[in-house]
Design a protein around this ligand. Structure first.
Ligand SMILES: [Fe+2]
Length: 240
C-alpha cells in the first residue's frame, strides 16, 4: 500500500486509505467495464472468480470460530456478514448459488466449476487470507476482513456496467452482481463497526492496519493474475 506504514488515527482514516488503494481501480476492472470479453474469456474469469468466492466463505467461517470468545461485537458483526453470504437463511439466495446461476447462463455447469484449477494468484490470495484470518491474531484478522469487505464494493461498480453491455443477459441473470452493489456496502459498514468496538488502543489499531494493508496488496495481486489469465491466455481477436 502506501510507502509510509503510519498508524491510522482512527478506523475512518484506515477505510479512506483502503478506498484509495489501487486495487479499487485496477486494470482488470477497467478493461472489464470498457469492453466486452470474448465468450471464452468471460468463462475463464467466472471459473476463477467462482473458485475464490466458493472457498472464501469457508475461510470466513474459520475466522468466526477463531475470534476470541469475549470479543462479542466482532463475532456479531462477522456473523452478520456470514449470514448474508449464506443467503440470510434462504438456501436459494446463498451468494455462491447466485453466481452459479450466472455461470450456467454462460455455459459453465456445476461439473465444469468443480473442475476449475485455480491459477497461482488465486491460490496465493486464498492462502494469504487463511493465514491472516486464522493464524495472525484476531486484530490482524479483523483488519484483513475490513479490507476484504471495504474493497469488495469496487469490483461491482465495474462489473455491473460491464455486463450490461452484453445484449444476451436478462437483468435477472445479473442478480449476483447487482445485489452486491448494495450488499458490500453493508458488509463494509459492519466491519467498520467491528473495528470500532474491538480495537481499543492505538496499538490495537496498528495490528488492524497491518492485516488490512497486506490484504489490499494481496487482492491487487489476485486481479493482476486474473488479468493475465483472461487476456494473455485467451487473447482478444484483432477484429473485436
Ligand atoms: Fe457475497
Amino acid at each position: 500500500m502506501s510507502p509510509v506504514q503510519a498508524i491510522p488515527s482512527d478506523v475512518e482514516s484506515l477505510v479512506l486509505e483502503l478506498q484509495s488503494h489501487p486495487v479499487n481501480t485496477n486494470e482488470f476492472f477497467r478493461t472489464f467495464e470498457s469492453r466486452k470479453l470474448r465468450h471464452q474469456q468471460l468463462r475463464a474469469f467466472i471459473g476463477q472468480y467462482h473458485y475464490f468466492c466458493f472457498h472464501f466463505v469457508k475461510v470466513l467461517e474459520g475466522l468466526l470460530y477463531h475470534t476470541p470468545i469475549h470479543e462479542m461485537e466482532m463475532r456479531t458483526e462477522l456473523a452478520k456478514t456470514l449470514y448474508s453470504e449464506l443467503g440470510s437463511g434462504s438456501p436459494d439466495r446463498v451468494h455462491i448459488r447466485q453466481l452459479e446461476r450466472f455461470a450456467s447462463v454462460i455455459g459453465l455447469r456445476q461439473q465444469d466449476l468443480q473442475c476449475t484449477v485455480p491459477i497461482p494468484e488465486v491460490t496465493t490470495y486464498l492462502d494469504t487470507l487463511r493465514r491472516l484470518y486464522l493464524d495472525s491474531g484476531h486484530l490482524t484478522a479483523l483488519g484483513a476482513a475490513l479490507a476484504v469487505e471495504t474493497t469488495a464494493a469496487s469490483e461491482f461498480k465495474y462489473f455491473v456496467p460491464g455486463l450490461e453491455r452484453y445484449e444476451q443477459f436478462q437483468p435477472g441473470e445479473l442478480e449476483f452482481f447487482t445485489l452486491h452493489l448494495a450488499e458490500e456496502q453493508h458488509h463494509g459498514n459492519w466491519l467498520v463497526e467491528a473495528v470500532r468496538k474491538t480495537a481499543r488502543s492505538e496499538d490495537d489499531l496498528q495490528h488492524v492496519a497491518v492485516g488490512a494493508r497486506e490484504t489490499a496488496d494481496a487482492w491487487l495481486a489476485f486481479w493482476a493474475g486474473i488479468h493475465r489469465m483472461v487476456f494473455d491466455a485467451n487473447p482478444t481477436d484483432s477484429h473485436e
